[in-house]
Design a protein around this ligand. Structure first.
Ligand code: F6P
Length: 357
């Protein structure tokens, strides 16, 4: 007999349901008697004891369903130690719910912030296993997070669509891709979509270099340029500001996002017509790719085995194609960013892609 809880926390992504299905299938195969409690809307459900007793049938037919059947919410890690508006101690409350339901394990499907809270709960004595979710692929300890591959497909498709209209009109197009702190999604979708320029948070750009790339293309007879910009792309001048100065600049900026600022500067510098497209949350929506379904199923099944083996306090990860475990304590608080000297960035440069540096 095993009693477990599961929750999905933070921004959603494709393959959350496929992962929960993987955990459930694994548990039903490993144990004769399984009780699963699904907490609603992420950690909120654990804090306020809002949950649903799951049936085997709840996990049926969901491998390809996007979103999350449990709902999700953002519960910032930095506020976990602060009481809620009614003075409730959130950490104590989560521990209370876990103990009241006599859980043997809690599965947390989440990204960076959510896994920090998972680690906190593990250090508070709960049996926790983390599963690496996010379209950003920025979790420390795993080569890949589920959701990333599906989002790359969508962002690539957006660039593909823009490509044809950009070519017809001879325009410069900026496609803004999700990722405030980490540019992996922009890098891969940009390469897959044949972008000419890719701007990432990890490689601050010089707008004059970007303008040069646009001019070079038109001189060479290419009337259009495709620029993939991460939400968190930053200019060299802005990267030199303090955090406070940068926040102030963003708050006072007349532009809705960095892409619009880049567009305005490029129009000034090159005289070209520049358009911006922001696919936004589309990148987190829809059905998971086949790759993500397989990855999620593998991670979920292995999480069930780790529960059986008592390997708590770990994140289930994939390393060199093999599923493995990685201590939550070592992953928590670290971000996996794009290394500007990595092989993929060098290959992109060999292809003639400009990073604006
Ligand atoms: O979940 C990751 C992510 O999609 C980032 O890529 C993006 O910057 C952010 O979430 C958007 O957050 P929200 O859904 O809260 O607007």
């Amino acid at each position: 007999m095993i009693r477990v809880g599961m929750l999905t926390s933070g921004g959603d992504c494709q393959a959350l349901n496929a992962t929960m299905r993987g955990i459930a299938k694994g548990l039903y195969n490993l144990y004769d008697d399984v009780e699963i409690f699904g907490f609603l809307d992420g950690y909120k459900g654990l804090i306020y004891a809002e949950y649903k007793k799951m049936e085997k049938s709840d996990f049926s037919g969901i491998i390809k369903r996007g979103g999350t059947i449990l709902g999700t919410s953002r519960q910032p890690f930095k506020l976990m130690r602060e009481p809620d508006k009614n003075g409730l101690d959130k950490v104590e409350s989560m521990k209370h719910t876990y103990r009241k339901l006599r859980l043997d394990c809690l599965f947390v499907l989440g990204g960076n912030g959510s896994q920090k809270t998972a680690n906190l709960l593990s250090q508070e004595g709960l049996n926790v296993i983390g599963l690496p979710k996010t379209i950003d692929n920025d979790l420390w300890g795993t080569d890949m997070t589920f959701g990333f591959n599906s989002a790359v497909e969508i962002a690539t498709n957006a660039i593909d669509c823009i490509h044809t209209t950009a070519a017809s009109h001879g325009r410069v197009f900026i496609i803004e891709i999700m990722g405030h702190k980490v540019g992996s999604l922009t890098l891969e979708a940009g390469m897959a979509g044949g972008a000419d320029v890719i701007l990432l948070p990890e490689i601050p750009y010089d707008i004059n270099k970007v303008a040069d790339a646009v001019r070079r293309r038109s001189k060479a007879g290419c009337g259009f340029t495709i620029i993939a910009v991460a939400e968190g792309a930053i200019s060299k001048e802005d990267a030199a500001l303090t955090k406070k100065e940068y926040k102030k600049k963003v708050a006072e900026s007349p532009y809705p996002s960095v892409s619009y600022e880049i567009a305005a500067r490029l129009e000034e510098l090159t005289g070209s017509e520049v358009r911006v497209t922001v696919p936004g949350h589309m990148q987190r929506g829809g059905e998971p790719s086949a790759y993500d379904r397989v990855l999620s199923s593998r991670l979920g099944a292995r999480a069930a085995q780790m529960c059986k083996d008592g390997e708590f306090g770990n994140l289930v990860v994939i390393k060199n194609g093999e599923i493995d475990k990685f201590p939550l304590a070592e992953s928590a608080g670290k971000l996996k960013v794009v290394d500007p000297n990595s092989s993929i960035v060098q290959e992109a440069r060999l292809l003639g892609i400009t990073f604006g540096d």
